[in-house]
Design a protein around this ligand. Structure first.
Ligand SMILES: *[C@@H]1O[C@H](CO)[C@@H](O)[C@H](O)[C@H]1NC(C)=O
Length: 206
């Protein structure tokens, strides 16, 4: 009998190309092994502090984000907090659209019921000095979805001058990932890509 992990690897190999790459040095922490990953980047013509501000402005996500439609900081019971400033060890309820909605989106657009996925996460890292943040799906026993999403910003030199590189990656490493991989790896990847494009569009149009 093959192990679940081996099976997951077969699934990964059978999936369409899930990895996007760029010519710059990555500012994300090294990838850990997993069953599948979603990854996207954008080179943005805006100052790094401006991009960082938008990335951490969760209440504004419905105005622009076709994938993570809502990100709400809550207390342990899931009740939204008045102060929505992201901080480590805060609970974060994410309502994602998988597949993502068509760009551009605004706050009035209703999410598709069938494509809505809600997850409770823990904010594991908000590093203002290095422009890296991360949140991780809360583990239920047994671990269902061992997944941490990292986002990082860095300044890169392009032929057109300095730009902000936005990179985001999530590695799915648990048993349910196999099911996820079969069902929607491509759509999660699409979500990451659409979010990166929407972020770029938002910042370059303002
Ligand atoms: C949430 O993240 C913080 C910061 O990384 C960590 O100290 C804490 O143990 C985490 N809590 C849970 C429930 O995972």
């Amino acid at each position: 009998m093959i192990s679940l992990r081996t099976f997951g690897l077969y699934v990964l190999l059978a999936c369409p190309v899930l990895v996007s790459s760029h010519p710059y040095e990555s500012h994300l922490p090294p990838a850990t092994p997993g069953i599948f990953k979603a990854e996207a980047y954008a080179v943005i013509d805006a100052p790094i502090d401006k991009v960082w501000e938008v990335l951490l402005d969760f209440p504004s996500y419905p105005k622009w984000n076709p994938f993570a439609r809502k990100m709400v900081i809550t207390n342990m019971m899931g009740t939204p907090l008045e102060d929505q400033t992201p901080r480590e060890n805060a609970r974060l309820r994410i309502e994602a659209q998988i597949p993502p909605m068509k760009r551009p989106v605004n706050e009035n657009q209703r999410s598709g019921l069938l494509s809505s996925q809600t997850s409770m996460e823990n904010v594991t890292l908000i590093d203002h000095e290095n422009y890296i943040c991360a949140w991780q799906a809360i583990q239920l026993p047994p671990p269902l979805l061992a997944a941490t999403r990292y986002s990082a910003l860095s300044v890169v030199q392009t032929p057109d001058g300095p730009r902000t590189l936005y990179e985001s990656r999530e590695i799915f490493g648990s048993v349910i990932s196999i099911v996820l991989a079969l069902l929607m790896a491509g759509n999660v990847q699409k979500g990451f890509e659409e979010q990166a494009l929407a972020l770029k569009e938002l910042l370059e149009s303002s």
